[in-house]
Design a protein around this ligand. Structure first.
Ligand code: NDP
Ligand code: GDR
Length: 325
């Protein structure tokens, strides 16, 4: 039986990846950072009905000793580094914490893997945010990076360190440059979930408006369930490498609003209000990727359409608000 250690196991991707790996017969271990709200910490694993199947180990990406201990205990075949301060907007308010967790945390983990279990295969959660200020119409593995936030700068450090540890020490370390992916388990602060939650509240009479930032930004949105399979596929290859995962379709925040409100028969323009407090000091205007390499080498293609995902997310939020009045 293979053993996997996942950092960020309590997040959206950690939950879906755990479910996927358990389905493949893996023993799944997740790094859990200490929190005062420990009752809600495994909420996403609970949502998927797998909270009892994932073995949680205390640790923090900023505490190298805890990573060493976790690796010694688990002896993993595969390590997935999904842990991060992942909310772009918050990274301007907490740039150093973001660097500490998202950049140096990855460094801590790579170094711990090198020392404790250099045979383990390593996955780094890189991001399309690294492209930032777009210089090419469609982004792929060869597109130059131009990060536009402290978060993206931190991700770039972790990305290059992953490449460097592969080239310097021969680690089987791969980096997935993933474009935005969403689901009913997406954090509420991210735009898609904020919208579907807002739609559900308005539909059920619990709110009358939805305050939003930049409606013109466009993103290449896929479903997290599809993307975690791509992560796993990267680690099954003989040679480590870097891969873009995306859908190849871009949609504006405005159109996402339109689709989500339309799903419950409402006109978004009656409810959405723009509010400058949700704007960012610097914006990533457009993202649209090409996953041609992942398709060719991994046989990976996303299965869920944007329309299906919007419907799934709105329905899940309607249910949440109906179940919890
Ligand atoms: P989430 O924000 O949902 O999850 C982040 C996870 O990181 C949580 O489990 C969180 O734990 C954990 N974490 C935060 N700080 C630490 C720390 N100091 N030590 C250990 N763990 C920590 O992110 P997603 O699931 O959406 O994304 C997974 C990864 O993929 C992230 O690295 C993200 O930056 C990256 N990514 C995401 C994309 C997306 O569209 N979703 C696209 C590209 C990259 P806790 O529950 O305690 O807060
Ligand atoms: P992003 O995701 O920054 O792309 O990072 P987010 O959903 O936060 O923003 C997407 C776009 O929507 C615009 N926007 C708003 N965003 C939020 N959160 N709230 C609003 O009210 C709002 N109004 C408009 C934003 O300005 C932006 O243009 C996500 C994270 O998961 C990262 O960790 C990951 O690396 C990237 O996706 C790929």
């Amino acid at each position: 039986m293979k053993r996997a250690l996942i950092t960020g196991v309590t997040g959206q991707d950690g939950a879906y990846l755990s479910q996927f790996l358990l389905g493949r017969g893996y023993e799944v271990y997740g790094l859990l950072r200490r929190s005062a709200s420990s009752d809600v910490v495994a909420e996403r694993l609970r949502w998927l009905g797998i909270q009892g199947d994932v073995q949680l180990i205390d640790g923090n990406l900023t505490d190298m000793s805890s990573l060493i201990r976790a690796l010694q205990e688990v002896k993993p075949d595969e390590v997935y580094n999904l842990g991060a301060q992942s909310f772009v907007k918050a990274s301007w308010n907490q740039p150093l914490l973001t660097g500490g967790v998202t950049a140096l945390g990855a460094g801590n983990l790579l170094e711990a893997v090198r020392l404790i279990c250099p045979q383990a295969r390593f996955y780094q959660a890189s991001s399309s945010e690294m492209y930032g200020k777009i210089q090419e119409k469609v982004q792929d593995e060869n597109t130059p990076f131009y990060p536009r936030s402290p978060y993206a700068v931190a991700k770039l450090y972790a990305h290059w360190l992953t490449v460097n540890y592969r080239e310097s020490f021969g680690l089987h370390a791969s980096s997935g440059i993933l474009f935005n992916h969403e689901s009913p388990l997406r954090g509420i602060e991210f735009v898609t979930r904020k919208i579907t939650d807002g739609v559900a509240r308005i539909k059920l009479g619990k709110a009358t408006e939805l305050r939003m930032g930049n409606l013109e930004a466009t993103r290449d949105w896929g479903h997290a369930r599809d993307y975690v399979q791509g992560m796993w596929l990267m680690l099954q290859q003989e040679e480590p490498d870097d891969y873009v995962l995306c859908t190849g379709r871009t949609t504006s925040v405005r159109d996402f609003c339109r689709m989500a409100f339309a799903h419950v028969g409402l006109d978004w323009e009656q409810y959405v209000i723009t509010d400058a407090s949700f704007l960012r000091p610097a914006e990533v205007d457009v993202l649209i990727g090409s996953a041609a390499k992942a398709k060719r080498k991994l046989g990976w293609v996303p299965e869920t359409s944007l329309e299906q995902m919007v419907a799934e997310m709105v329905e899940a939020d309607l249910k949440r608000h109906t179940d919890r009045p």
